[in-house]
Design a protein around this ligand. Structure first.
Ligand SMILES: *Cc1c(COP(=O)(O)O)cnc(C)c1O
Length: 300
């Protein structure tokens, strides 16, 4: 399988605040990798798909919610690289914009209730134990292959930075960045921004990929109430950012991460002269799941 060439430039952001604090801030545009196979979801899928091809597994079976960026990325990547795809979708049968696109990319959807959804290996076994071509890819694509793919983000950086920021759901992307920093022996601090409340489990998730205690900073006060929870201040920040940079952020992941970058800069968290890169993990399709709220938050 020949994976596609990555286009993810590091673009500098300009804001009077950065000048005042004598900092340079960049954004690594993983959202530009592909409109649907976006951001960290491609990073996490890449080695899973390469391994699947090598093992003659031509049917990707995976899991997610009805607005999952992972499902959309998997559906499109499966089509692009010649796989069949099936997804177990948590909850009742509904037709979101994301799932519509999954279907257009040929993904078969099986809706399962929340109880059944919990035991993913059982679902896989019940439906696909007699399909020798089927391969199980976990929700969000998490696992060693995901971490390996995300470590490449660091290898790819054209210039060194003092700090890198990343939004975290399962922590696999963050683990990849920390791995990449170690592998490339660069002097960079990884800052993890959990987007959900009570995210201490994330530390365990990250740790499982390391033999010794991984080194990173954990900022758990930017979840805005929990997963997919928002506040007017978050929308105000995101809208202003989009209108002044031409770069969209979503309120679930990258909006919270970027808010943290600005907030820490305001608090003089960084030494003057420092360079910071924020990882845009993509997932912009998720904006459509919050149309009403977003639309109400835009001040004319
Ligand atoms: C899925 C997702 C994340 C979370 O990645 P993890 O590896 O699960 O921590 C972050 N940002 C975006 C845009 C995502 O879609």
């Amino acid at each position: 399988m020949k994976a596609f060439d990555i286009n993810s430039p590091e673009e500098e952001l300009f804001d009077p605040l950065f000048k005042e604090k004598n900092l340079r801030v960049f954004i690594k545009r993983d959202d530009m990798i592909h409109p649907f196979i976006s951001g960290n979801k491609w990073r996490k899928l890449k080695y899973n798909l390469i391994d699947a091809k090598a093992a003659n597994k031509n049917h990707i079976v995976t899991f997610g919610g009805c607005w999952s960026n992972h499902l959309l990325a998997t559906a499109c990547a499966a089509a692009r690289f010649g796989f069949k795809s099936t997804a177990f979708v948590r909850g009742e049968d509904i037709n979101t914009d994301s799932l519509l696109f999954c279907r257009l990319f040929g993904m078969k959807l099986i809706f399962v209730d929340r109880t059944a959804y919990r035991d993913k290996p059982a679902l896989f076994a019940a439906h696909f134990s007699d399909d020798p071509e089927a391969i199980f890819i976990d929700e969000g694509g998490a696992g060693e292959n995901a971490v390996k793919g995300c470590a490449e983000i660091i290898t790819e950086l054209k210039t060194p930075f003092d700090h890198i920021f990343c939004a975290a759901g399962t922590g696999a992307t963050s683990a990849g960045l920390i791995k990449g920093i170690g592998m490339n022996q660069v002097n960079m601090t990884c800052h993890v921004i959990p987007v959900l409340k009570g995210a201490d489990f994330l530390k365990e998730n990250i740790k499982q990929y390391f033999l010794t205690e991984p080194d990173y900073r954990f900022h758990d006060s930017y979840h805005f109430g929990g997963y997919a929870k928002t506040t007017p201040a978050l929308f105000e920040f995101i809208n202003h950012f989009s209108a002044s940079t031409g770069i969209l952020l979503d309120p679930i992941y990258t909006g919270k991460m970027m808010y943290a970058v600005y907030d820490l800069i305001r608090q003089d968290y960084f030494d003057p002269g420092a360079t910071i890169v924020a990882l845009h993990t993509g997932g912009l399709f998720g904006l459509l799941g919050m149309k009403e709220q977003i639309s109400a938050s835009i001040v004319a």
